[in-house]
Design a protein around this ligand. Sequence first.
Ligand code: UD1
Length: 417
Amino acid sequence: MDRILIRGGKPLNGVIHVRGAKNAVLPLMAAALMAEAPCILHNVPCLHDVFSMDKLLSDMGMKIDFTGRTMTLDPGGLNKPEAEYDLVRRMRASFFVLGPLLARFGKARVSLPGGCAIGSRPVDIHLKSLEAIGAKIRIEDGYVVAEGPLQGANVSLDFPSVGATENLLMAACMTPGVTRIANVAREPEIEDLARFLNALGAQISGAGTDLITIVGVDALGGAEHVVMPDRIEAGTFLAAGVATRGDVTVLNANADHLPVFLDKLREMGATVEVHGSRIRAHAANGLRGVNITTLPYPGFATDLQAQIMAAVTCAEGVSIIKETVFENRFMQLAQLNRMGADIGLDGNAAIVRGVKAISGAPVMASDLRASAALVIAGLAASRGETAISRVYHIDRGYERIEERLAGVGADIERVRT
Ligand code: UD1
């Protein structure tokens, strides 16, 4: 199993290209299940989660060619509306195939998901919303078995779940009649998905607001689409720059997708400049702590909570970081304390008392974003070496993170053991 070794204390300095968004490309790939002609996706990141989705779709008969950053998905041979446990358990996003399969085949059998160890993460909203458009659903041997026929309806989600919005949005594209979904997630990845579906021939309006309307069509064709930039990756690299009192510019990013996050970096004392698709954040000594509450978009992204926590460990004063989207999403906390941070827990709030310095230590990655926080802490540690084990969590969502950070001056390497 690989480990990442970091000798911290060096300010990062330079430019990093942001890749295509993991959380956009996974539902886009699932949406190709509904197409009747090949789909071409550009700016696809090389991530373990993308390979997992590739495997899952290939098992259903999708022909996939992934060369460079371009992926062609040919649905001509699709013959199996089923997602096996062994493939689904690796990644919760596999569950996104449920809606498309149901719409395309009128039936689907999809294993209940696995994924990051961050709370219980049920799928009740996915199922309830599909039932609202007519799906008959039963749970059988750990699998969700869903059957049509589907019929457009007015649906209101109990919570603006990203995945449930995507599943229902996809299914509704090929559902007769009009479906109106209220209280939907407004994440930019939903807009990216709607753009792609519309390019396939769907009739969706309102994506990006909290009410989406879909007029069902009989069939979808193929399309070519460029995956949006990964806002979480951009935020992670900017946080790493600020935590090391460095000067990092991310390219091919979209600052509009990071509204609260960039303001919080400024509140910490960093200077943040936006020029088109470039975002630069630079910081010197004297960083201040900040209070943060994670919320559905456009609030502060839960996927950047761990990274900002790592960045404020050595800031002046106390930071209170509240996690309201997921339960149990402070996996990084104990590991950061092992590195000398002073972080306490009070219910869903982490209280970070800024310390003068943290030091390197052997730590263990536990989920994707918690692992990114450990990388940031390792880079910010003023002495010692940080050895991060279980780095496969990082590889799920960051493409060759060590090479890209080394490119901006980090002393970081991957060792194979
Ligand atoms: C997606 C993102 C993930 C991000 C999250 C919130 C992908 C592949 N993953 O995950 O990176 O952290 O959005 O921004 O896009 N919930 C229920 N019942 C449901 C569905 C969700 O109770 O049926 C709860 C979850 O347990 C969680 C909250 O709702 O507490 C948010 O989950 P959701 O928005 O669905 O996240 P995901 O789509 O799984």
